[in-house]
Design a protein around this ligand. Structure first.
Ligand code: CA
Length: 381
């Protein structure tokens, strides 16, 4: 089997009056770079690159001009060989960020092809399924931009997640200690004490500022504090982790086995959050998962983007070994993004609906989704 073509598709849609803000930016649109890898045997694979801000066209161009020439004519089933080749060819200016997101999209598509060619799901390909469904928490609770009473809007949104049966939800913070305190207290009193509440500062603070928030987060029984400080400040993470009763989480801005080797060896976080579409795809996610398992550290995948990234993340999630193994093992939590996204569901014929707090892991071959070209065309740039 040989790769004959690598197709990049850039999707974008305005959020209009659903625009939202978080600690360091606002989002008025959603964008994504999707990859379709074609082969001489008619099997195609699909992937997606992690993307938050700026034009997704950059990633598409990087793939078209930087990665595709290394892939044409190669056997797509040689997933690790191709990962290492792409990484070593781009290492000098790559190593982190968009360059690795681009490789991630390719790695997803290659695994999709391999799974389809073998007639098995990617989770099966990765070693098998430790679980058939994902226990999900809601990511949302951003600051809506076109609403005056943000606090009431957050409370209503939080109550909605409780009513729908989510085991927990994640609130954006990082707006300053006073505002964060107001939001956390309002939300905790609205949702009651039976639901998990997590907070995410998107690296808005110094370690000293983040430490000032800890007593309030402990009082409100916050389960984890995500990205309290910038990803470059591992010392800050270690310092905070030493003084916090709330779990410290992070990793969505870290890349590859090389980046996570430092986070894990330093024991900088309680919960590692690599993003499959950013970290280097399945090849890197499973390498990091093995290191996390060896260090006896918890890994909850970070998930963002369309149903392509979601389906792929469910495949990786199913294949995460119990850490530690025990009679009643701890099930990792899976991030289910609830923030506005006009084409999240449009990319696939399948939808991922929550039932009693869980989402099923697809068991069809490959990623387990069918790319919906007609629906996607409406969002194509
Ligand atoms: Ca986050």
């Amino acid at each position: 089997m040989k790769i004959t073509r690598v197709e990049t598709i850039v999707l974008a849609a305005s959020l209009d009056d659903q625009a939202f803000g978080f600690s360091f930016n606002t989002s008025a649109a959603r964008q994504s770079c999707v990859v379709v890898v074609h082969t001489d045997e008619g099997v195609t694979g699909i992937g997606e690159a992690f993307f938050v801000s700026g034009p997704a066209k950059i990633v598409a161009t990087y793939i078209d001009e930087g990665l595709t020439p290394h892939l044409l004519g190669c056997d797509p089933r040689e997933t690790a060989v191709l990962w290492h080749h792409l990484y070593s060819m781009t290492r000098d200016q790559g190593m982190k960020g968009l360059a690795i997101s681009a490789i991630s999209a390719i790695d997803l598509a290659l695994h999709d092809i391999k799974g389809k060619a073998l007639g098995i799901s990617v989770s099966n390909l990765l070693g098998g399924r430790f679980r058939e469904s994902a226990k999900v928490y809601a990511t949302g609770l951003y600051e809506p931009l076109h609403i005056d009473d943000v606090e009431s809007a957050l409370v209503e949104e939080g109550k909605g997640y409780v009513a729908r049966g989510f085991c927990g939800m994640k609130l954006k913070i990082g707006y300053g200690i006073e505002t964060d305190t107001r939001y956390v207290e309002a939300l905790r009193s609205a949702i009651g004490n039976d639901v998990k509440l997590m907070v995410d500062a998107n690296h808005a603070y110094t370690a000293a500022e983040a430490a000032q928030l800890l007593p309030m987060l402990e009082e409100n029984d916050v389960f984890w504090f995500e990205e309290p400080v910038i990803p470059e400040d591992l010392d800050g993470y270690v310092e905070l982790r030493g003084r916090s009763r709330v779990l410290i989480a992070g990793g969505e801005c870290e890349y590859t086995r090389f980046g996570f080797r430092e986070v894990i060896n330093r024991r900088a976080v309680d919960i590692l959050q690599p993003d499959l579409c950013a970290v280097g795809g399945f090849t890197e996610m499973m390498a990091i998962a093995a290191m996390a398992n060896a260090a006896n550290l918890t890994l909850y995948p970070h998930v963002w983007g369309t149903n392509i990234g979601l389906a792929a993340s469910l495949q990786a999630y199913a294949a995460l070994a119990h850490t530690p193994q025990r009679r009643y093992p701890h099930e990792p939590l899976f991030e289910l993004d609830q923030s506005p996204h006009p084409f999240r569901d449009a990319v696939s014929e399948e939808t991922f609906d929550m039932e009693q707090g869980y989402v099923s892991v697809p068991d069809r071959p490959g990623l387990g989704i069918t790319f919906d070209r007609d629906a996607v065309d409406k969002f194509r740039v």
